[in-house]
Design a protein around this ligand. Structure first.
Ligand code: NAD
Ligand code: UDP
Length: 342
């Protein structure tokens, strides 16, 4: 007798005597901490589309369920409200842990200095402990901020950085440096497979218009025809990566076997004044550019060397700044149309 249990395209076939069973391969489960934030929510969406089961864990301190609302009806998606600085308990099998939880914009971490240090330290410790218990691959969302105000440019992964530990930005930079150190310690001592992504400034839809970062500020101001506030004289540089490129790079890193840090960012470097001017032009705004004091310890340059990502992951960004900005501007316009009073 032959029994055919549902024909599934990617099915494996097992033979039991004369019985053939088409069995769906087990889904891989990914825990995304900080999954209700900007990058985390894009990663959750991307992973569901790739056929993973996703557990999104977030305490919503800077993120929002609005970012994941469209995912909640997906059968393979689960949201858990939890502060990862507290013990993390998940009953089911987990194959990957993507640790994205952390305030990330300067105004957020300046407002939340202790929470930022705690999530980088205690949160990373808990997430690594869970990875060890579950034999999961652990990926840390680290940052170009580990290079601080760099004395070399572009920044290679081998550069140790120039960070002021006690300045206002130190709470974020040092939390991430500690998180990298702890991740490597777990790798060396407990043999956990780890990935460390040094993420450079990323932008795109779902950024909060009030998160204080340059691109949301400039777009919001330009769309309202209000003064566009460039800090300092605008000669400091950043290299902005569009979110879809960034997630592609992060996913390749997740699947790779590279345990050391890898820069994931766009090497196209511009001054902040150039970015402000481009946004004013793209939005056809009447805004004037004004100058305001430069925040303490604001890095003067930032540009990733992505040779390692190119060699090991076959990755480089493909979205032009203009394309990425157009998509981001369209997002902020839609938000404004939905809620014109805010
Ligand atoms: P975000 O603020 O939008 O997302 C962070 C998420 O973490 C939020 O949803 C927040 O509620 C959650 N969170 C914070 N503390 C938590 C805790 N204790 N427990 C559970 N959840 C907690 O920021 P983002 O831009 O999406 O950044 C995500 C990650 O990427 C961060 O780790 C950040 O350091 C890193 N990163 C981002 C950028 C960037 O340009 N966006 C650059 C470098 C690194
Ligand atoms: N910046 C600015 N005007 C703003 C917001 C930010 O000129 O309204 C500058 C900020 O001083 C920094 C750069 O833009 O030099 C990037 O700032 P952001 O907060 O986006 O990220 P950072 O790279 O500092 O973490």
């Amino acid at each position: 007798m032959e029994i055919f249990v549902r024909a599934i395209p990617t099915a494996t076939v097992k033979k039991h005597g004369s019985t053939y069973l088409f069995m769906k391969p087990a889904l891989k489960t990914v825990l995304v901490t900080g999954g209700a934030g900007f990058l985390g929510s894009h990663f959750c969406e991307f992973l569901l589309a790739k056929g993973y089961r996703v557990i999104c864990m977030d305490n919503l301190i800077t993120g929002s369920t609005t970012n994941i609302q469209h995912l909640t009806s997906h059968k393979q998606f689960r949201f858990v409200k939890h502060d990862v600085t507290q013990h993390i308990s998940v009953a089911e099998e987990i194959h990957y842990i993507l640790h994205f939880a952390s305030p990330a914009s300067p105004i957020d971490y300046l407002k939340l200095p202790i929470q930022t240090l705690k999530v980088g330290a205690l949160g990373t410790h808990n997430a690594l402990g869970l990875a060890k218990a579950k034999k999961a691959v652990f990926m840390l969302s680290s940052t170009s901020e580990v290079y601080g105000d760099p004395l070399v440019s572009p920044q290679k992964e081998s550069y140790w950085g120039n960070v002021n530990p006690i300045g206002p930005r130190g709470v974020y930079d040092e939390a991430k440096r500690f998180a990298e150190a702890l991740t490597m310690a777990y790798h060396r001592v407990h043999k956990i497979p780890v990935r460390i992504a040094r993420i450079f400034n990323t932008y795109g839809p779902r950024m909060r218009k009030d998160d204080g970062r340059a691109i949301p500020n400039f777009i919001t101001q330009a769309l309202a025809n209000k003064a566009v506030t460039v800090y300092g004289d605008g000669s400091q540089t950043r290299s902005f990566s569009y979110v879809a490129d960034e997630i592609d790079g992060l996913y390749r890193l997740m699947l790779s076997d590279v345990n050391e840090p890898v820069n994931i960012g766009n090497p196209q470097e511009l001054t902040l004044l150039e970015i402000a001017q481009q946004i004013v032009a793209l939005t056809k705004s009447k805004s004037k550019i004004t100058f305001a004091p430069l925040p303490v310890d604001d890095p003067k340059v930032r540009k990733p060397d992505i040779t390692l990502a190119q060699q090991k992951l076959g990755w480089k960004p493909t979205t032009t700044l203009e394309e990425g900005l157009q998509k981001t501007i369209a997002f902020f316009q839609q938000q404004h149309a939905k809620n014109p009073l805010h």
